[in-house]
Design a protein around this ligand. Structure first.
Ligand SMILES: Cc1cc2nc3c(=O)[nH]c(=O)nc-3n(C[C@H](O)[C@H](O)[C@H](O)COP(=O)(O)OP(=O)(O)OC[C@H]3O[C@@H](n4cnc5c(N)ncnc54)[C@H](O)[C@@H]3O)c2cc1C
Length: 386
């Protein structure tokens, strides 16, 4: 049986390992963390992602938390609110989930079926004639082992170690979007809003989003643009955020969210990048998901695209195994990549437009954005009232 090493136990890694197993392969997953992460931030799961989750046999295990009759509000500087269009109102009507909901659904198929080694990372990899030799390090015991695989798949995120080892430096592939995000779970909804309300406060170059769920408090996203990304990591994130959001109030809403950040058990604070690679496979090593084509959170398609890509691997890899001819699976992977690239290109381009909705880059675009979203918000409200 063909063996595959999948690096990363995120959405891409688990979905890919499931697809490989379905295609008759023998995958093993390694994850650098000592245990599986849970929770995470709001994710909009689009119909393509839902269909792929169904194809991978995990949709039935996924908790969808889309609030019924959610209303989106644009909060003004001084606290007035105006009906607007929210993330969940966009075409395709994404479902609201936490990243952990998708990962738990995938885990339901991985646990007990696919070997997972925690606290393990690749130290080096080299291509042999018909295999990849990988030195794996267990970081708890600080032990290394050398193993051979027919295929190595880097599903290890935007700063992928596998990509760096097999394709070259991050700087060749990572494109900064000159922006920062901070995402975390709120303990409670903002006062005077219904639990299922979506709330946005957007000014030129900085914004705050509250994403609601049907059965739990919302998650918050603070995102701002910057011309000096490195400087945003020169002090503790909470300090930087207080500085960047100074004077943006929404009648106390921003201060309240920043106070909830102080009490949050964990949060994500990171710079925003896209990844662009001319090819996703180098001999018997390939990358997938954020490691290969990170679209950025603004696209709203990172998780969906990871599921779509993994589900699309199953047929070509099954056919390649049956073909039993040299290079069959390399050809299958190239075919898969060609099939996927047009969609990835489309989602990547759209991310730049959607970024203006998330956080307008200047005052003129902020004005246009507000007018468009308000007009769309009125239409959503009218259609619900009709
Ligand atoms: C705030 C935010 C909001 C988002 N919203 C949306 C949305 O609305 N819709 C959507 O579709 N997508 C969204 N995304 C994107 C989405 O979360 C990702 O695209 C998706 O999770 C796919 O991630 P991945 O599995 O490729 O990588 P990751 O989630 O980064 O997983 C990589 C895994 O590899 C592990 N790893 C890393 N390095 C190593 C190593 N050297 N050895 C072993 N393991 C390693 C990591 O610990 C991790 O478990 C959002 C992202 C953010 C940050």
């Amino acid at each position: 049986m063909n063996t595959a090493l999948v690096v990363g136990l995120g959405i891409s890694g688990m979905a890919t390992a499931i697809a490989l197993q379905d295609a008759g392969w023998d995958p093993v997953i390694i994850e650098r963390s000592p245990e599986r992460r849970v929770g995470g931030y709001f994710i909009g799961l689009f119909p393509e992602g839902r269909q792929a989750a169904q194809d991978l046999g995990v949709l039935e295990h996924m908790q969808l938390r889309t609030p019924v009759a959610s209303r989106a509000w644009e909060l003004q500087k001084h606290g007035d609110r105006i009906r607007s269009t929210g993330f969940l109102d966009q075409p395709g009507k994404p479902d609201a989930v936490l990243r952990g909901d998708i990962e738990s659904a995938l885990w339901a198929r991985v646990e007990g079926n696919i070997p997972v080694r925690f606290s393990t990372t690749p130290d080096s990899l080299s291509h042999g004639f018909d295999c990849v030799r990988v030195v794996l390090r267990n970081t708890t015991a600080n032990l290394t082992t050398s193993e051979e695989f027919d295929l190595v798949i880097g599903a290890d995120g935007v700063r992928s170690t596998v990509r760096e080892m097999a394709f070259g430096a991050h700087s060749r592939y990572m494109r900064s979007m000159d922006a920062i995000i901070c995402a975390f779970q709120l303990q409670e909804q903002l006062p005077h809003f219904a639990a299922e309300d979506a709330i946005v406060l957007a000014e030129p170059r900085r914004s705050m989003w509250i994403f609601p769920f049907d059965d739990r408090p919302p998650t918050a996203l603070l995102t701002y643009r910057t011309t000096d990304v490195d400087a945003q990591f020169s002090a503790p994130p909470k300090e930087i955020l207080r500085e960047r959001y100074a004077g943006m109030s929404g009648d106390g809403a921003v201060e309240l969210v920043l106070r909830q950040l102080d009490d949050a058990p964990d949060f994500l604070f990171d710079s925003v990048h896209q990844v662009r690679m001319p090819q996703w496979r180098n001999r018997r090593t390939m990358v997938i998901g954020d490691a290969a084509w990170c679209l950025s959170l603004y696209s709203g398609m990172g998780a969906s695209s990871a599921l779509v890509a993994a589900a699309a691997l199953r047929k070509p890899l099954t056919d390649a195994l049956a073909a039993r001819r040299p290079n069959a699976f390399e050809d299958a992977l190239d075919g898969w990549e060609q099939q996927l690239r047009p969609s990835v290109k489309k989602w990547r381009k759209a991310a730049h437009i959607k970024a203006e909705v998330f956080v307008p880059s200047n005052a003129a675009l902020s004005h246009v954005r507000r007018r468009i979203l308000r007009s769309a918000g009125r239409k959503v409200a009218d259609s619900r009232a009709a």
